[in-house]
Design a protein around this ligand. Structure first.
Ligand code: GLN
Length: 259
């Protein structure tokens, strides 16, 4: 639907190179939808889109992609991926984060971007890009609709561009280190641990969040922020799209959360 773009595409000739980590294992709650949103919003603007995958045992070239995505996963799949992440991908991912490529982890993926995920008295190591530790404590899973308030440089002028709405379902509780910024402040829902009022974590362009939903179809302003940041441009330089439906989806997710 290229005619959805209003005005001349500002980024013609550019290509967004995305790498999905473990797309077969870390993909609960329709993480594929997040990748599709990135793809379509690039295509509608005449921006090229390349999707690569890096699964178990496959190396990761931190220079070959602009945006790295790791989705949600069951505990057993996270165990498998954690070991592989350290062995075959940690160096590449760290190099990518250091040059401020975008690294986005959702739920199980977020947990693996921290230092560790402890469950059943076993500590699963993470890559340590975020100063966060997750523990599977006794107590119910944290499940429900969630909305958070965030502040990201250059995000759309739209009032919606300060709220992310989605759905969370996690047994792990995440605590941030003292200097670690959260992604946002919980408006409704549990967030990192149901107590701190914080949700997710952000260090430069490395971002972790518990928001599924999937995240990006319900928050396209954030998808645009990710695209622009990964391409190294200001989000306001992206051609505007007709987001009538997408805005409705966002408002509906906010209503569901009560925010
Ligand atoms: N297995 C993790 C937990 O329960 C992450 C779940 C998820 O990705 N939805 O905390």
């Amino acid at each position: 639907m290229p005619d959805r773009a209003a005005g001349a595409p500002a980024c013609a000739g550019r290509t967004l190179r995305v790498c999905a980590l473990y797309p077969e294992l870390m993909n609960i709650y329709a993480d594929r939808g997040n990748l599709l949103v990135l793809q379509r919003r690039c295509e509608w603007r005449g921006i090229g889109f390349q999707l690569a995958a890096s699964g178990l045992g496959e190396p990761l070239d931190g220079d070959a992609h602009d945006l790295f995505y790791i989705g949600g996963g069951q505990d057993r799949d996270q165990r498998l991926c954690a070991e592989d992440l350290i062995e075959t991908k940690r160096a590449g991912l760290r190099a990518a984060a250091a040059r401020e490529a975008v690294v986005l982890g959702v739920c199980g993926g977020y947990q693996l971007l921290g230092h560790s995920y402890t469950l059943d008295e076993q500590e699963i190591p993470g890559v340590g890009l975020l100063d966060a530790r997750t523990v599977r404590e006794a107590g119910p899973r944290l499940i429900g609709n969630v909305a958070i308030e965030v502040s990201l440089d250059g995000a759309g002028a739209d009032a919606a561009a300060h709220v992310l709405a989605g759905f969370e379902n996690h047994g792990g509780r995440t605590r941030l280190g003292p200097g670690q910024a959260p992604l946002g402040r919980v408006l409704k829902g549990y967030g990192n641990d149901g107590r701190s009022g914080m949700e997710g974590a952000r260090s430069a362009n490395t971002i972790g969040t518990y928001l599924h939903g999937p995240l990006l179809p319900k928050n396209v302003w954030f998808a645009d922020w990710l695209i622009a940041t990964a391409l190294g441009i200001d989000p306001r330089e992206l051609a505007e799209l007709d987001d009538t439906l997408e805005r409705e989806a966002h408002l509906s997710a906010r209503r569901a959360a009560g925010a």
